[in-house]
Ligand binder design. Sequence first.
Ligand SMILES: O=P(O)(O)O[C@H]1O[C@H](CO)[C@@H](O)[C@H]1O
Length: 311
Amino acid sequence: MAHQALPFAITLDILKRRLPAHLQEPKIGIVCGSGLSTLASALRDVVEVPYSELEGFGTSTVQGHKSSLAFGLLGPGNGIPVVAMLGRFHPYEGHKLSTVVYPIRVLARLGVRNLIITNAAGSLNPKLPVGTIVAIQDHVAIPNMAGPLNPLLGPSLGPEYPRFLPLSNAHSIKLRRLAFLAAHKLGLADDALAEGVYAWVSGPTYETPAEGRFLRAAGADVVGMSTIPEVLAAREEGLEVIVLSLVTNFVVIPDKYRSIKEEVKAELAGKPIEQPPQQVVSHQEVLNVGKQKADVMKDLVAKIIEMIPTD
Ligand SMILES: O=P(O)(O)O[C@H]1O[C@H](CO)[C@@H](O)[C@H]1O
């Protein structure tokens, strides 16, 4: 889909007809990661619009991702209008990058100015155990660096869009400050919300131990297969962005490789070495942790939203 062909007018018109007036101009957006669609249960007056009704949207095919936009209100009083993406698109599903980021561009056109992106991620850092939420301070986009997988490739959307987007300020300090203040207000333990660097890989394979070691050496703390295309499009649209990664598993990086050569030699010498079980990651494990921690993530996201100044 070339930029010029993006059907914004049609999508926005459908939404306008589907939504009551008080939900038509959300100022804050949420992207729900794997197993985290229940974040939308913090909203009231909810209207869900399935992606299948929305021109330009794909369908999320990944277990743990719904395929709809949820519009609703959050917080005291009249509430703040919010839109949540229940389900995202990953390039590994076969979606074009322009489709992956299309919902973000639609959110921007609805009036969203602050975007809270969540995801499930594997930990590369022993100090970030399963269950930790990580406020992402920076990222390494391996597919951008290694090949043409940047969603901003191609003709510019218009003269108001910068051709060369700076990313040294990609992850909003303002929103990260609010996240830590929100965690404090909620009484979360100090280690419940940490800081770290996200590595974006294309997936859908999980990392080999050597790849995990490589990413760790490159300065990454967590790794996942999403989010960064959304961050880039959101920044190009001028949004403030915070990424919250839920650590759902450790990337398997043994201190040293098991030597099969030594094991066979020991076996032949009549002194078999005990063979440790081989560890592997599974999406089910990822979803289970998402389910266990969904409430903490929901409370944190809701508190951050309540603290974002309304203008
Ligand atoms: O990043 P989200 O969409 O939360 O999902 C993460 O979980 C899936 C792998 O288990 C991958 O899609 C990875 O990116």
